[in-house]
Design a protein around this ligand. Sequence first.
Ligand SMILES: O=C(O)c1ccccc1N[C@@H]1O[C@H](COP(=O)(O)O)[C@@H](O)[C@H]1O
Length: 156
Amino acid sequence: MSLNEALKLRKQLDSNIPTVGVFIDAPLAVMKNAYTSGAISYLQLHGNESEETIKTLQNMGSNVINVVHHASNLKSIADYVMLDSSNGLGITPDWHHLPAIHRPWILAGGLTNTNIAEAVALTHPSIVDVSSGVETDGIKDLHKITEIINTAHNLQ
Ligand SMILES: O=C(O)c1ccccc1N[C@@H]1O[C@H](COP(=O)(O)O)[C@@H](O)[C@H]1O
C-alpha cells in the first residue's frame, strides 16, 4: 500500500482508532515517513529489523511491535512482541508448548472464531491479532470480524 492510500484510509477512520503499519525489512525512511505523516500509530515489524532500527523508531515516538516466529525469541526491546508462525499466512503457532511469557505480548497466526477460545486458554496473551481468519476470498468480512470480536469479549 502506498503512503497516500494509507493516509486516505486514516482520514476515513475515527481518530480514536490507532492504526498499525505492517513492514518486512522496509527502508528506515519509509517507516519513519509512515509514522511522521500520521498514517500509522504503531509499526509492526515482520522482518529482521535490528535493535538499532527499533530504537530509532521508538525515539521518534512510535510504539513498535516486533514479530517473532519462535517463543525462544521473545526478548526484544520493542514495546510489544508478537508471536506469529508465519508472515500473515494463517499458520498457527504450537500453543501447547509455549514457555510462560512475563511481558505484554500479542498472539497472532491463523486465529479464527473457532480456535480463538482454545488459543487464549492455552497461551494467555495480552492481545490477540487476526487477519486472514476474518476474510472471505481474501477480503475482510464484517460478519466474521463481528463474530470474533464478540467471542473474544466473552472470554474469561
Ligand atoms: O497479511 C499479510 O499479507 C502479511 C504479510 C506480511 C507480513 C504480515 C502479514 N500479516 C500479518 O500477520 C499477522 C497474522 O496474520 P493471520 O491472522 O495469520 O492471517 C497479522 O498481524 C497480519 O496483519
